[in-house]
Design a protein around this ligand. Structure first.
Ligand code: AMP
Ligand code: TRP
Length: 334
């Protein structure tokens, strides 16, 4: 029996959408809306698992919505909303807290990274964050979840939770087992300062990332300063294995210029990295700065963005309530 496909994904409103979000997530979200029904969520309840200044949080929710639309998301076609406005996320998360196992959460590497050395001081929310993520997906019975590679483990947990719920409550196909959609080529865009770390909103140095709102000058400066390699560009991928920063620049160039890695190496081999950087800055400027300009323009009309969220919230709520009603029934809640 073929089930109706439904895409769900979320992005945290923690400011500074960057090239990693763009290549790992946003750009795929836009592509998918042509093929399937899609629900995209600004996950504010996830963001508060680490302290957020309330004014910044409000601002960042709207900025993330602007980021979605500026990349090409059509809010009339896809549902675009913020998590806290649909209370079903929190309710289903509670039910799933009771299905998920402590042993499963103890294996989550992102908690270990984010909690740092003093885990006793991390919020309980940060620890059970992956259960909330499972609730986000299952609340809509989503079948496909486009994310960057960093979310793969969380998605596997969502699958385990869905399966355990279906088993425990003897309802075999109740929750579909969600499929990850992880782009093979650019599942992980790395920091421009350290090719072993992913590009992230939270890394201190702004030189580590290209933000979608960066100006042409910012992009030129950051790409120029990016770590690369003192040797010339090789003609094969094998020689780049121990050079994560160089590999990262070549990957990004390949992705944005839409040339395969082989084609890029053919074009670049024997040249200095300064040549690659010049070309890379050019393609980044032509692809990213229009998005940044559009974000700034959209942020000038706050009420338009709020209106988009309101419509999205209403549509999401209808689906969520219907599914939750059935979940309550399965669990035995009156
Ligand atoms: P976040 O900003 O952590 O909420 O991430 C939003 C989406 O962007 C998720 O699907 C992440 O997997 C993806 N993402 C974040 N950083 C990167 C990166 N450096 N490379 C690829 N994808 C990323
Ligand atoms: N945890 C994801 C991240 O940090 C964001 C997220 C929350 C998400 N809920 C989701 C992604 C559901 C996909 C599906 O990037």
């Amino acid at each position: 029996m073929s089930k109706k496909k439904l895409v769900f994904s979320g992005v945290q409103p923690t400011g500074n959408l960057h090239l990693g979000n763009y290549l790992g997530a946003l750009r795929n979200f836009v592509k998918l809306q042509k093929e399937m029904n899609c629900i995209y969520c600004v996950v504010d309840l996830h963001a508060i698992t680490t302290f957020q200044n309330p004014d910044n949080l409000r601002k960042n929710v709207l900025e993330t919505v602007a980021g979605f639309i500026a990349t090409g998301l059509n809010p009339n076609k896809s549902i675009l909303f913020n998590q806290s406005s649909v209370s079903g996320h929190a309710e289903l998360a509670w039910i799933l807290n009771c299905v998920s196992r402590i042993g499963w959460l103890n294996r989550m590497t992102q908690f270990k990274d984010k909690a740092g050395s003093d885990k006793e001081k991390a919020s309980v929310g940060l620890y059970i964050y992956p259960n909330l993520m499972a609730a986000d997906i299952l609340l809509y019975k989503a079948t496909h979840v486009p994310v960057g590679a960093d979310q793969k483990q969380h998605l596997e947990l969502s699958r385990d939770i869905a399966q355990k719920f279906n088993n425990d409550f003897k309802c075999k196909d109740f929750f579909p087992i969600p499929e990850p959609l992880i782009s093979k080529k650019v599942s992980r865009v790395m920091s421009l300062r350290d090719g072993t770390k992913k590009m992230s909103k939270s890394e201190e140095s702004d030189y580590s990332r290209i933000n979608l709102k960066d100006s042409s000058d910012d992009i030129i400066k950051k790409v120029k300063k990016a770590k690369s390699d003192s040797e010339q560009i090789p003609d094969n991928l094998k020689s780049l294995e121990q050079k994560p920063e160089a590999m990262n620049l070549i990957n990004i160039y390949s992705e944005i210029s839409k040339n395969s890695l082989d084609e890029v190496l053919k074009e670049m081999s024997g040249k200095e990295y300064s040549y690659l950087k010049k070309k890379l800055a050019e393609v980044l400027i032509s692809e990213i700065t229009p998005v940044g300009k559009e974000i700034k323009k959209l942020l000038g009309d706050r009420s338009h963005l709020e209106q988009i969220l309101k419509k999205g919230n209403e549509k999401a709520n209808i689906i969520a309530e219907e599914n939750l009603k059935n979940v309550r029934e399965k669990v035995g809640l009156i």
